[in-house]
Each structure stands twice: as structure tokens, then as C-alpha cells.
Design a binder for this molecule. Structure first.
Ligand code: RBZ
Ligand code: NIO
Length: 342
């Protein structure tokens, strides 16, 4: 379904040489050098090209939210979508601060909003409660992949080659933890966290509901699509399709916090070549995130104790991408600056 070209090793030596000829001790720009290597492999080895960075925020509701597993009721998903459209959320501020375009997508909120700025591609009015039923049909997963991909193909045709992925959906840390446990085999206790900041009591309820759901659906864990249909969210499946499409379009995939990283995990299971295009932007405070990053052998760029989602950690990493681009493209070499090589 997604034809992703793994990044070629043949250009690595030339890129490393270019980095090593910059006027600095070898390796002195640390992680920025690794980032420049990845960006050069994705976008061009002569010059790193970052075009029209765009944040895609997918919003949807979750049947499990009715169980009271969040600090907020499900209505907050729709209210936050309106907040995004009015420019008032954290993600709006960080996108404005860093010159990132923002597109908000209704992937399946409970009560649709009629607003010209909102991209409408709803898969339904929230998922089923996965404690008792599969969250969605397999057809919805497949449709979600193509709807997510559609947004990326449109933006890529307009020249965008840097995509950030964010989400909004009350209850979605429950779906994400259940997916993480089912896909990786890591026990639920290590995947489930406090989400929006729930109490000990609510945490115990959340954990036991997720354990119950994992037991109930365990016979349909043969492949990633089945797992997504059992436990996923409409915003999560659209993110999976969008990430795979971005990798297919040779674009940079900026992965945000816990929920976005679970979508990235599913995308990598579906097509391992997608991993090459992913930049893991930050480590969230959500307790399962560190384990998940380790599982994916990913070292995140930032660690700011965020636990918000919306794409905020991805937006905050964009200046680092621009710094990697700036030194790779513009910094003098020992030769051009007349500095003795070290
Ligand atoms: C006002 C508000 C704004 C948010 N922005 C992102 N989230 C984050 O919290 C939710 C996940 O946590 P849980 O699984 O505990 O519900 C998601 O919507 C996520 O994007 C928010 C949550 C709230 C309450
Ligand atoms: O890391 C995240 O994505 C996250 C953490 C808590 C709540 N919402 C999102």
C-alpha cells in the first residue's frame, strides 16, 4: 500500500565528509550532526531543504472516555478543536512562534463542527468502547490510512516536505497504551500512565480496564491492522496512514509525544522503512513513552517534561531542524575559511 524507499547508505560517507570539513572539531555539534545526516539523506545531500513545515493535528473521540479514565469529559475534544481553529491552544502558539503551518483534521469527534478551516474526514462519532467491543472495523482502519495519507499527498504536492504529527482526543492515552502493549508485548503496567494527570484511584481503574480489554481481544492480535481495529482511535489510524505517506513522499516525519509515537510504532510495524524518515522530537512525561522510545531505539531531541500532545513537542523541535540545516548548508569549511584543518 505504501511504497517507501529505505534511505540509501551510499551517500553517508559524502555527507559525513561535508560535516567533518566544517570549521569545528570533529563531532563538536553533537546530536545536530546526526540530525543533519538524517535530513541530508532524506532531503538532499548537497543542501538540506526544509519546505513549508506543516503540523497536522488529528482529532477524534474514544468510547473508553465514558469510563472516566481522563481528568476531562469527552466534550473537551470538540472544545479544543474549536480552540485550535481560533488560534488559542499551545500548539497554535508554538506553530506561530516557529513558522509552522497548522492543519486541524476531524478524524472522528463526537459532535462534528461546521467550520471552513477544519478538514473534515471523520470515520465516525467516536470509537466503540474497546473494553467491550472492537474499537472500529478493519474497513475503518484501511479507510483511516487512506484519509490520513490524502492530507499528506495534498500538502506534498504543494511542496511541503516536513510533517509534524499531533493529536487531540480525550481518552487517547488509554487507546495508545493498550496498542503499545498489544504490539510490543510489554505488560500493560509498563505502558499505562497518568495521561492528563489522573489520581491513583483513576489510574488503577484505567489499568484494569486496559488489562481486561487486552484479554478480551487477544485472539485478534495477529497483525497491526487487527490490533488497531481492536484498540485504536480514529485519529491514531489516520496518523499511521499519514506518517507512512509522508515517508513515501520522502518527507521528514516529526514524531511528537506518547500517542504520536504509538502511531509511529504501528507505522514501522506495517512498513519498517518508515523508521528512517522519523525524527523523535521529545520525551514525554507519560510513563510508557520512555519504554516505547527504547523499544524503537530512538533518542529524542528534547526532554522538557511536557505531557500535552497536540504536536507541541514536535513544533518545539523545528528550530533544531533549522539549526542543523543552517550549519550543514551555510557553515564555512576549513578550506573556504582558510582555517587549518583539525
Ligand atoms: C484541556 C486539554 C487540552 C489538551 N490538549 C491535549 N490534550 C491531551 O490529553 C488527552 C489525552 O489524555 P487522556 O487519555 O488522559 O484523556 C488528549 O486529548 C491529548 O491530546 C489535552 C487534554 C486536555 C484536558
Ligand atoms: O505525550 C503525549 O502525547 C501526551 C501525554 C499526556 C496527555 N496527552 C498526550
Amino acid at each position: 500500500m505504501f511504497d517507501i524507499t529505505p534511505l540509501t547508505d551510499s551517500k553517508r560517507t559524502a555527507i559525513q565528509q561535508k560535516i567533518d570539513q566544517k570549521t569545528k572539531p570533529p563531532g563538536a555539534l553533537g546530536r545536530l550532526e546526526q540530525l543533519a545526516m538524517q535530513l541530508a539523506l532524506i532531503t538532499g545531500s548537497d543542501e538540506i531543504i526544509l519546505n513549508k513545515p506543516t503540523m497536522l493535528v488529528f482529532a477524534a473521540d474514544h468510547g473508553i472516555a465514558k469510563e472516566g479514565v481522563s481528568i476531562a469529559p469527552p466534550e473537551v475534544t470538540q472544545q479544543m478543536v474549536l480552540n485550535f481553529l481560533n488560534g488559542g491552544a499551545a500548539i497554535n502558539c508554538f506553530c506561530r512562534a516557529n513558522d509552522i503551518a497548522l492543519e486541524v483534521i476531524d478524524a472522528g469527534i463526537l459532535v462534528p463542527i461546521n467550520a471552513p478551516k477544519l478538514t473534515m474526514q471523520s470515520l465516525g462519532r467516536g470509537t466503540n468502547n474497546f473494553v467491550t467491543l472492537p474499537a472500529m472495523s478493519l474497513e475503518a482502519v484501511t479507510k483511516g490510512f487512506s484519509l490520513g495519507a490524502k492530507v499528506v499527498y495534498r500538502m506534498a504536492s504543494e511542496g511541503c516536505n516536513v510533517f509534524g504529527f499531533g493529536e487531540m482526543g480525550i481518552g487517547n492515552t488509554s487507546s495508545a497504551s493498550a496498542l503499545m502493549s498489544a504490539i510490543t508485548g510489554i505488560p500493560a503496567e509498563e505502558c499505562v500512565g497518568r495521561g492528563t494527570g489522573i489520581s491513583d484511584e483513576v489510574y488503577q481503574k484505567k489499568l484494569s480496564l486496559i488489562q481486561k480489554a487486552l484479554k478480551r481481544h487477544k485472539n485478534s492480535f495477529d497483525d497491526t491492522k487487527q490490533i488497531l481495529s481492536a484498540l485504536g482511535g480514529f485519529e491514531i489510524v489516520q496518523m499511521v496512514g499519514a506518517m507512512l505517506a509522508a515517508a513515501e513522499c520522502n518527507s521528514v516525519v516529526l514524531v511528537d509525544g506518547f500517542i504520536a509515537t504509538v502511531a509511529a510504532l504501528a507505522a514501522v510495524k506495517i512498513n519498517p522503512a518508515a523508521r528512517d524518515y522519523m525524527v523523535f522530537c521529545h520525551q514525554s512525561e507519560e510513563s510508557g513513552h520512555q519504554k516505547l522510545l527504547q523499544y524503537l531505539q530512538a533518542t529524542p531531541l528534547l526532554s522538557l517534561e511536557l505531557r500535552l500532545g497536540e504536536g507541541t513537542g514536535a513544533a518545539l523541535a523545528v528550530p533544531l531542524l533549522k539549526a542543523a540545516q543552517a550549519f550543514y548548508n551555510d557553515m564555512a569549511s576549513f578550506d573556504s575559511a582558510g582555517v587549518d584543518a583539525v
